[in-house]
Design a protein around this ligand. Structure first.
Ligand SMILES: Cc1cc2nc3c(=O)[nH]c(=O)nc-3n(C[C@H](O)[C@H](O)[C@H](O)COP(=O)(O)OP(=O)(O)OC[C@H]3O[C@@H](n4cnc5c(N)ncnc54)[C@H](O)[C@@H]3O)c2cc1C
Length: 363
């Protein structure tokens, strides 16, 4: 049986960043379910990879980390950082090259099915895909969440964390399109506006940007951001909980209500098909009731996950099992769009690696 100092389950953003941040003195392996690492990373930021954000805590460390690997970043007027080349593929390549320079063994096509922990002899983890077993002194669970299962993230990490005794907070899809009434006549329309989220009639969140009308509802980054707050309470039926939410749109954000008074039509402010549905008196507050949030296949992020109460968030080490670490989206950490979720992947990975590097003497 192969024995490593550190085994990382998941060759995505945080798994690769953790391997690249280890000091090279340990025997390290990555177990990746797909035939290639970093599949999701390639799709991030519309293929450009929005690495971090000017407002994200920890962004300086991320910029320094990537610079040390040879990758320069730049940010746009909204504060979103991208690789200088605007290619997500370059981010993946630079991480994989750093991992390979450290002689990390990468097992692709290895789907970790079960993990057993044996506390004897300083503690060891045994990871099996049903055929092969890999043993390690330390384990980093970097499996991501449940969103975009087409990229390999189908929630395995939650099952593994539970099997090791960890609490997993209820997971639900976020940063996804919102289902409202069927409105095929509006499909494809894009409008700039402000959006507000109402729960039981009370405003609880807001955002602004491009609103995209789809056949079944609304999409666009400003809508995605609202989904972080469209959720059922503990024990509440998720489907019926949705009915408590409404999205209100200001489709004329730079025009005052006074300027709209006496107008016969919304055409000229919004496009004809939208004007046919939204009269002028509703332009500043056009409301649609929510019926659901797009499923896992369309959600860019998973909310919920491994409870932070059982993890030391300075080192990402489990408070229950020494030598077990959690990084990235498997944790109960979720942010709005703009580079914040990848920032979480990088910073949790670097914290875990730092802690492991500092303990090299007890390997
Ligand atoms: C389309 C899309 C666009 C996005 N764009 C952005 C963006 O621009 N900026 C941003 O901040 N965030 C973005 N996100 C979110 C961001 O990609 C994730 O938050 C981030 O990748 C999470 O990193 P991670 O390491 O936790 O998991 P991932 O990067 O998802 O990696 C997890 C890896 O673990 C592997 N794995 C899972 N289970 C097993 C198993 N049992 N055995 C072995 N391997 C396993 C998976 O195959 C995967 O490769 C986007 C998400 C999507 C879906």
């Amino acid at each position: 049986m192969d024995l490593y100092d550190v085994c990382i389950i998941g060759g995505g953003a945080s798994g690769l960043a953790a391997a690249a941040s280890l000091d090279g003195s340990a025997d390290v392996c990555i177990l990746e379910k797909n035939e290639k690492c970093a599949r999701k990373l390639l799709a991030t930021g519309g293929g450009r990879c929005n690495i971090t954000n000017i407002h994200a805590p920890g962004k300086e460390e991320t910029i320094t980390f990537f610079k040390s690997l040879g990758l320069f970043l730049h940010h746009d007027e909204d504060g979103r950082y991208y690789p200088y080349s605007n290619q997500a593929a370059d981010v993946a390549e630079i991480l994989l090259s750093a991992v390979s320079k450290k002689n990390t063994k990468v097992y692709t096509g290895f789907s970790a099915g079960s993990v057993r922990y044996d506390a004897a002899d300083g503690g060891k983890f045994f990871v099996s895909d049903g055929e092969k077993t890999i043993a390690s002194r330390r384990l980093i669970l970097a499996t991501g969440g449940k969103s975009y299962p087409q990229f390999g993230t189908s929630g395995d990490g939650f099952r593994i964390a539970k099997s090791l005794g960890h609490t997993v907070k209820r997971v639900y899809p976020v940063l996804a399109p919102v289902e409202c009434a069927d409105m095929p006549e509006l499909a494809g329309i894009r409008a700039r506006g402000r959006v507000k989220l109402y729960k039981d009639g009370q405003e609880i969140d807001s955002s602004e940007g491009e609103i995209q009308f789809t056949k079944t509802g609304l999409s666009g980054i400003c809508i995605f951001d609202l989904t972080l707050n469209i959720k059922a309470e503990e024990g509440e039926d998720p489907r019926s909980a949705m009915k408590r939410f409404e999205i209100g749109m200001d489709l004329a954000p730079d025009i005052t209500a006074g300027e709209l008074e006496g107008r016969g039509s919304s055409f000229g402010i919004v496009t004809g098909r939208l004007a046919a549905v939204v009269p002028p008196e509703k332009l500043k507050d056009f409301r649609l009731r929510v019926s659901g949030v797009g499923g896992w296949k369309n959600a860019q992020c998973t909310a919920g996950g491994v409870s932070l109460e059982e993890v030391d968030t300075d080192t990402m080490e489990s408070r229950l099992i020494p030598g077990l670490y959690f990084t990235g989206e498997v944790l109960d950490i979720q942010y709005k769009c703009g580079g914040f979720n990848l920032q979480n992947a990088w910073s949790t990975a670097m914290k875990a690696a730092r802690d492991i590097n500092s303990k090299s003497e007890i390997r």
